[in-house]
Ligand binder design. Structure first.
Ligand SMILES: NC(=O)c1ccc[n+]([C@@H]2O[C@H](COP(=O)([O-])OP(=O)(O)OC[C@H]3O[C@@H](n4cnc5c(N)ncnc54)[C@H](OP(=O)(O)O)[C@@H]3O)[C@@H](O)[C@H]2O)c1
Length: 283
């Protein structure tokens, strides 16, 4: 059965996605490094994600590296027409848990060729700069993405891990459709980026929406409201995000079908104004 109650967002004006997406970082091996123990499990999960009507999958060439994109293609290609895969470029992997930045234009172009090949696509729907590289002006990294867009290899461009100033600089070079930043009930440091996205009508994609599961724990900060709704803390944390802003597109990450189903249930949950206010004041 498809999710019924999720409203949609027109990403880039023309890609209608359900507002609760799926983060495909956690389907690799430990430390987001290498393959998972049983590659069939994440493939089952990915098929379930699509069956349930979720049509925004976030990934990156650096997840694994390469593993997440490869599993997505193995599980889902040929893709449903409405599926939007948002991938990223601009980091290297040198070992488990290591993510050095490299957003030189030549590197971005190399990453793009690799992602197109692994995802078996002619064009990437949403291509995100994973993070600004302190050694490369953001205009140069985005300039490479603009070239890829002009060549038809990229449909829309997004940014990630940016400040409001970075976002302004990026938008002066290309049409940016989304910004992805760390954001959750307990971590709102990037609220100014959310505000900028709201003003400009861009999607804001909060990563770490469950704070690595901490917000999902019984006894955690959202447990009481969860009990009142006969819901779980993870669902409350996600429902708070969905209600916090109409441009919010959370992409909770999991390796488990059970957790995925639970997270999807957040779409059914409606928090009252009082609950939104009390959660808002709690962090
Ligand atoms: N742009 C960036 O720099 C950046 C950085 C990090 C992540 N991301 C993207 O954002 C997505 C989400 O971020 P994230 O995966 O780091 O954080 P998250 O979604 O907040 O948390 C994922 C963690 O929570 C657990 N979890 C998920 N659902 C749960 C539930 N219902 N109950 C209990 N535990 C649950 C997962 O474990 P189980 O596997 O056991 O469910 C996993 O350990 C990623 O998949 C990736 O696509 C982007």
């Amino acid at each position: 059965m498809e999710q019924r109650t999720l409203d949609t967002f027109a990403l880039g004006g023309d890609l209608e996605v359900k507002r609760l997406g799926f983060g495909a970082m956690r389907i690799t091996g430990d430390g987001i490094w290498g393959p998972p123990d049983d590659p069939e499990e994440p493939k089952r999960l990915l098929r379930r994600v699509v069956e349930r009507g979720v049509n925004l999958i976030d990934t990156a060439d650096s997840y694994g590296p390469e593993v997440s994109e490869e599993l997505i293609a193995e599980a889902l290609h040929p893709y449903p027409d409405d599926l939007v895969i948002a991938t990223k470029a601009g980091l290297r992997r040198t070992g488990p848990g290591e993510w050095p930045r490299d957003a030189r234009p030549e590197r971005i172009k190399e990453c793009c060729e690799g992602s197109l090949r692994r995802l078996r696509l002619d064009r990437i729907d949403v291509y995100q700069l994973h993070a600004p590289d302190p050694n490369v002006p953001i205009e140069e990294s985005l300039g490479a993405m603009r070239e890829l867009q002009e060549q038809g290899k990229v449909r829309h461009i997004g940014v990630s891990n940016v400040s409001p100033e970075d976002l302004d600089r990026a938008r002066a070079v290309v049409e940016v459709v989304s910004a992805q930043c760390r954001f959750s009930l307990t971590d709102r440091a990037q609220e100014p980026v959310l505000d900028a996205c709201e003003q400009a009508g861009l999607a804001f994609i909060p990563w770490f929406p469950l704070a690595t599961g901490d917000l999902a724990k019984p006894g955690g900060p959202v447990d009481e409201i969860a009990r009142a709704h006969d819901a779980t803390p993870a669902q409350v944390a996600l429902a708070w995000l969905l209600q916090r802003s109409p441009v919010m597109l959370p992409i909770p990450g999991t390796s488990s079908i059970e957790h995925f189903e639970e997270n999807l249930g957040a779409a059914e949950l409606r928090l009252s104004d009082e609950e939104m206010a009390s959660l808002g004041a709690a962090a």
